[in-house]
Design a protein around this ligand. Structure first.
Ligand SMILES: [Zn+2]
Length: 261
């Protein structure tokens, strides 16, 4: 017999799972007053794990198609983060901006309004595995892929600077040609600003050694990424004279010069 009581509830503008935009969503977690002593010193952490209960979810289905691309083959639900599972516990990492009384102000929480919260735990440095092996579950819509990349880039780089958005666009262009950028045979050379290098490294999980997949040359004159995968090579450059502050809503073709060899 297991007895789980909600310790709080999510307040957000997102009322159903299809609306959730993970890269933009600010949310408030209300912790019920009887649990507020458990928040003592939580504010020393910038990031927290939030465990929620997917109260609208189905519990008796054990295999599903990935939600971000239903065209892909099924997975057992333990191999996905689908809300559909025998015990519909949601797990998400979020940035904790502020705590006021029993309210937690967080960023990028992918739970809908009214989701019961069952636990909060701090996120520690040792929670990170920088380059795990993961299956390639490519979203059906490229906009969704961009959304996921922005979320990852923000987690890694921690600021939404113009180079962060440019790095996302460059990785998006490379992914179109090469597929999953975290594959061990994808190598990348970055020339440009440190912020660009940081973002590309964060999205590719390419390390400087073991194996060597990441190379960087700082430059304030050149902004380009060069990629190889087997015998394919690709150069992605910013178009000359482009205003970096307008990167976000530019289609790739108007922003980047892409050469494949
Ligand atoms: Zn930056």
């Amino acid at each position: 017999m297991i007895n789980i009581e909600p310790i709080g509830v999510v307040h957000t503008e997102f009322k159903n799972p299809h609306e959730v935009k993970v890269s933009r969503q600010g949310a408030v977690i209300e912790i019920y007053p009887q649990y507020s002593p458990a928040l003592h010193r939580l504010g020393e952490h910038s990031h927290i794990w939030v465990l929620g209960w997917f109260h609208q979810s189905v519990r008796n289905v054990l295999r599903v198609n990935p939600r971000i691309n239903p065209d892909l083959p099924e997975y057992g639900v333990f191999g996905l983060r689908s809300p559909i599972r025998p015990n519909p516990i949601g797990l998400t990492c979020t940035r904790l901006d502020a705590i006021k009384d029993n309210l937690l102000y967080v960023q990028r929480l992918d739970f809908i309004d009214g989701t019961p919260i069952i636990d909060i735990k701090p996120y520690y440095e040792q929670d990170i595995i920088f380059s795990p092996r993961t299956p390639y579950i490519k979203p059906r819509e490229e906009a969704m892929l961009e959304e996921i990349m922005i979320k990852e880039a923000l987690y890694h780089h921690q600021e939404q600077c113009p180079d962060m958005l440019l790095g996302v666009k460059m990785c998006l262009a490379a992914e179109r040609e090469l597929g999953q950028l975290t594959q061990p045979d994808v190598k990348v050379w970055v020339t440009g600003a440190p912020c660009l290098a940081d973002v590309v490294q964060g999205l590719t999980r390419a390390r400087l050694s073991y194996p060597r997949r990441f190379h960087y040359q700082e430059s304030d004159r050149t902004t380009e990424t060069r990629w190889t995968k087997g015998s394919t090579s690709l150069v992605v450059k910013i178009k000359p004279g482009l205003d970096l502050t307008a990167v976000k809503d530019q289609p790739l073709a108007q922003l980047l010069d892409i050469e494949t060899h």
